[in-house]
Design a protein around this ligand. Structure first.
Ligand code: GLA
Length: 413
C-alpha cells in the first residue's frame, strides 16, 4: 500500500469512530451551505434588522436558484429571529401573519420547487432573543411536529431565556429527539454560544454547534461574554477555533457563526481571510448578507475554496504553527492526498513572511526521503500553481489580517 493509502486508511478509521458517535438523522455528511435572514438588512448598522417577509424570501430563493449560488452548493434558506407570530388555540406555533400571510407550508413549497431547502429559527425558552417572538418551551415535541408538517429541512435553536433546572445538553437533546421522532431528516443547529463547550457533546445531539458569541461584521472586538446584541470579530473567532477540529466531522460541525461577505466594515483581505478559514474548518457556510447582489461578495463563489470546505473526508482543519512574530499556519487533509494550508497574519500592522515545512503537517508521508521532500503548491485565490517546493513553502510578506490559502500535494514520492 502506498503512503497515501495508509494515511487515508487511518483517517477513515478515525472518521468511522466519530461517525459512530454522531447523531443519526441522515443529514450533514458535509457542512451545510446557504443563506440566513439574520442581519441581512444592514446597510448602515451591523445586525440592525433581518430581511424577512415572504416576498423577500421568495426573491432571495429566485436569485439563489438563478445566480449560481445553488449550483455552487448554497442550498439552505433559514429564517432567523424574525418570523414567529405566536400560538393558535391548540398551541401550534404560527408565523407572523403580517410577514408570512400565505403561511409556511406555502413558502416551503416555493423554496423546494427551486431545488432549495428551508429552515427556521426557534429558541430553548418561551421567547426568542430579539423580537420577543415565540420560543419552543414547553412545546418542543409539538413544534418539531409542526416544523416537519411544514416540510422544513433545518431548525436552529437559540439560547435566550432558557428554562431553569436543565443543562444546555438536556434541552438540546430534548429537541433533537423530538425532531428525530417526526421521521423527517431535519438539520439541527445548536446555538448556545459555546457556553457549555457544546463541541464536547454536540455530535450526539445536533448537526452543528455554535462555538461562541455572535460573529459581528468587524475584524476584532475586545473579548465579550455573549448576551443578545453582543458578539465578536473574525480575528477573535479564528483564535477561538484553534484546537476544536477533533470534535467535528461528518454529521456534526463546529459553527463559528454566519459569514458576512460584502459588509463594508470588513476589508477585502479580511473577508478573504474569513472565507478561507470557514472553508478550512469545514464549518457551515451560511451567509448573512443580501445574496441577491453578488458583485461585492465574489469571493464566496471561489470554487477551489468551497471544494476544501466540502471535501468528502470531512476533516476540519486546525492550527499547526503559531510563530512568535505573529504568523500562523493551519492545515486540513483532503481526500485526494493533498492538504489545504492557510498562512495567516493576525498582526494589526506588520506584514510577515510565513514559512511552512512539510514536516510540520500532520500525516505528511514519512516515506518521502529527506532529499525528496517535494510538493506542488497551488494558490486557491490566485488560481495558479506556485511550482514544486522542496522541504516547505514561504508565504512572502503576508499583509496584516491577510492569508495565503494554498493546497500542497506531495510530489514524486
Ligand atoms: C442570538 C443568536 C444569533 C441570532 C439572534 C437572533 O444572538 O446567537 O445568531 O439568531 O440571537 O435574535
Amino acid at each position: 500500500m502506498k503512503w497515501s493509502g495508509v494515511f487515508l486508511a487511518l483517517v477513515v478509521l478515525a472518521q468511522l469512530r466519530l461517525e459512530a458517535a454522531a447523531l443519526d438523522n441522515g443529514v450533514a455528511r458535509l457542512p451545510p451551505m446557504g443563506w440566513s435572514t439574520w442581519c441581512t438588512e444592514n446597510d448602515v448598522l451591523p445586525c440592525y434588522d433581518d430581511f424577512c417577509n415572504e416576498q423577500e424570501i421568495r426573491s432571495v430563493a429566485d436569485a439563489m436558484a438563478a445566480n449560481g449560488l445553488k449550483d455552487l452548493g448554497y442550498n439552505y434558506i433559514v429564517l432567523d429571529d424574525c418570523w414567529g407570530g405566536g400560538r393558535d388555540a391548540q398551541n401550534n406555533i404560527i408565523p407572523d401573519a403580517s410577514r408570512f400571510p400565505s403561511g409556511m407550508k406555502n413558502l416551503t413549497d416555493y423554496i423546494h420547487a427551486r431545488g432549495l431547502l428551508f429552515g427556521v429559527y426557534t429558541d430553548v425558552g418561551t421567547t426568542t432573543c430579539r423580537g420577543g417572538r415565540p420560543g419552543s418551551w414547553p412545546f418542543y415535541e409539538q413544534d418539531a411536529r409542526v416544523f416537519a408538517s411544514w416540510g422544513l429541512d433545518y431548525v436552529k435553536m437559540d439560547w435566550c431565556h432558557e428554562p431553569s433546572g436543565f443543562t444546555a445538553q438536556e434541552l438540546y437533546t430534548n429537541m433533537s429527539q423530538a425532531l428525530n421522532k417526526t421521521g423527517r431528516p431535519i438539520f439541527f443547529s445548536i446555538c448556545e454560544w459555546g457556553r457549555s463547550d457544546p463541541w464536547t457533546w454536540g455530535m450526539k445531539v445536533g448537526n452543528s454547534w455554535r462555538v461562541g458569541p455572535d460573529h459581528l461584521p468587524v475584524w476584532w472586538t475586545p473579548p465579550f461574554q455573549q448576551d443578545p446584541g453582543q458578539g465578536q470579530g473574525t480575528a477573535n473567532i479564528i483564535e477561538h477555533m484553534a484546537g476544536l477540529s477533533s470534535y467535528a466531522g461528518p454529521g456534526g460541525w463546529n459553527d463559528p457563526d454566519f459569514l458576512m461577505p460584502g459588509y463594508w466594515w470588513l476589508s477585502e483581505n479580511e473577508q478573504i481571510s474569513e472565507f478561507s478559514f470557514w472553508c478550512l474548518w469545514a464549518s457551515p457556510l451560511i451567509v448573512a448578507t443580501d445574496v441577491r447582489v453578488l458583485s461585492d461578495k465574489k469571493h464566496i463563489l471561489n470554487k477551489e475554496a468551497i471544494a476544501v470546505n466540502q471535501d468528502k473526508l470531512g476533516i476540519p482543519g486546525d492550527r499547526i504553527a503559531n510563530y512568535t512574530d505573529g504568523g500562523q499556519v493551519w492545515a486540513k487533509p483532503l481526500s485526494n492526498g493533498s492538504w489545504a494550508v492557510i498562512l495567516y497574519n493576525p498582526n494589526f500592522f506588520e506584514s510577515v513572511d510565513i514559512p511552512v515545512s512539510w514536516d510540520q503537517i500532520r500525516g505528511w508521508p514519512a516515506m518521502q526521503q529527506a532529499g525528496n521532500k517535494k510538493a506542488l503548491v497551488r494558490d486557491l485565490w490566485k488560481h495558479e500553481n506556485q511550482g514544486v517546493w522542496a522541504v516547505g513553502f514561504l508565504g512572502k510578506r503576508v499583509e496584516a489580517h491577510a492569508v495565503r490559502f494554498i493546497t500542497v500535494t506531495p510530489y514524486g514520492a
